[in-house]
Design a protein around this ligand. Structure first.
Ligand code: GAP
Length: 369
């Protein structure tokens, strides 16, 4: 699946809200952008070469990592496209500790592509072979694991609500022993009630010291004295699944002016387009010029996610923007030329109000916050 203009905007807004909440707004989180192709030994040590398999119909196990060759001639080596972003953080643990000397607990965060040769990719973007993850590895003292497991559970729920997921469709599943990944001592799956069934949305795992130990990494604990191997709580979020669940959460049909309209009720901070600007008539140069220079250009410079829409009549433009999920449509009409006010139409209620052009920027800023 490829994402077009609005899809990529929606994806970026999801990623930005996650990064802002969990990296920028915290003092204990360190960002990372690690390589997708790492030394093949990373995946041997992590247990993925032997253990990251799904059963096939004939009962044989199939390793879902994409194998590839790195280098040429005598120098050729086997490597894998990473099946999770997590390992990049473990192998960069020492770099982060040496650079920042963080005290426990602290975390590392990364957003990036992951690849799995899924036997049965399906349900739109639910299960893909190429997808994006947003992962945190949160390093703790072993005795604190239950406390921080609960803490990250509530942080994840809070973020889901912030981006506008329908929380009535979110369920928690305690993953039984037999179904947990090889590294996990406890996992909760957050499930979502998709139209094709209740399925895993995100995961929260207690990875113990499995990964740092297997990579032979340790931490000098100045507070407690001596060397220790921190344990890890891992909140793991699939960007594509977040996007699919958001589309389902935001989809609304209602009866407006005698016709059924469908629209996407995105929160303004997540919507791919914050507002659309229209001249009432596109064959009136004075309206087009005003709309372009005095309304569209400054809003575009301020917010970026602003659309110009002069196609078809106003009713059609509203419907089109409703389907994109644009919260506000701004129309420049003949009154604007004399009183410098515009019509702002609200997506959800259809209500319209006159707003001064000079105040538009603040009006929208307030709605986003
Ligand atoms: N590092 C832990 C880990 O990778 P996971 O449960 O295998 O755990 C984490 O994956 C999240 O990544 C999932 O909860 C889901 O949101 C997303 N994900 C996993 N496989 C996926 C796939 N084939 N297509 C789309 N998203 C996927």
């Amino acid at each position: 699946f490829d994402f077009g203009h609005f899809g990529v905007a929606l994806k970026n807004n999801i990623k930005n809200s996650w990064w802002k909440k969990f990296v920028d707004n915290r003092r204990d989180m360190y960002g990372l952008d690690a390589a997708i192709l790492m030394n093949g030994k990373v995946w041997e040590a992590s247990g993925h070469v032997t253990g990251f398999s799904d059963p096939m119909e004939d009962g044989k196990q199939f390793n879902v990592m994409f194998k590839t060759q790195v280098g040429a001639g005598e120098e050729v080596a086997i490597s894998y496209l990473r099946p999770e972003t997590a390992q990049g953080m473990f192998v960069n643990f020492k770099n982060t500790v040496d650079a920042f000397h963080p005290k426990l607990p602290f975390g590392m965060a990364q957003i990036g592509k992951a690849f799995r040769n899924e036997i049965a990719p399906r349900d739109f973007i639910f299960r893909q072979r190429e997808f994006e993850q947003m992962e945190i590895e949160y390093f703790i003292r072993p005795e604190d694991w239950e406390k921080y497991f609960e803490y990250w559970r509530s942080e994840m729920l809070e973020w889901m609500e912030e981006i506008g997921l329908d929380m009535g469709k979110v369920y928690e599943l305690e993953v039984p022993d037999a179904d947990r990944a090889h590294y996990s001592k406890r996992t909760i799956d957050f499930e979502f009630d998709f139209p094709f069934g209740k399925k895993e949305l995100f995961g929260l795992a207690y990875r113990t010291d499995f990964d740092l130990s297997t990579h032979k990494l340790e931490y000098i604990d100045e507070e407690e004295g001596g060397k220790t191997v921190p344990h890890v709580i891992e909140p793991s979020i699939g960007v594509d699944r977040a996007l699919l669940a958001l589309l389902i959460s935001a989809y609304v049909e209602d009866d407006k002016e005698g016709e059924v309209r469908s629209y996407l009720k995105f929160k303004p901070n997540i919507a791919p387009v914050i507002c659309a600007v229209s001249p009432l008539l596109k064959n009136k140069p004075e309206l087009v010029e005003y709309a372009n220079i005095k309304v569209y250009a400054p809003l575009k410079a301020e917010f970026g996610r602003v659309a110009w829409d002069d196609n078809g009549n106003i009713g059609k433009r509203y419907r089109r923007q409703d389907e994109i999920g644009t919260p506000f449509c701004i129309v420049v009409d003949f009154n604007t030329l004399t009183d410098n006010t515009v019509t702002v139409r609200d997506r959800d209620t259809g209500n319209q109000e006159r707003v001064k052009v000079s105040e538009l920027k603040y009006y929208i800023k307030e709605k986003i916050s």
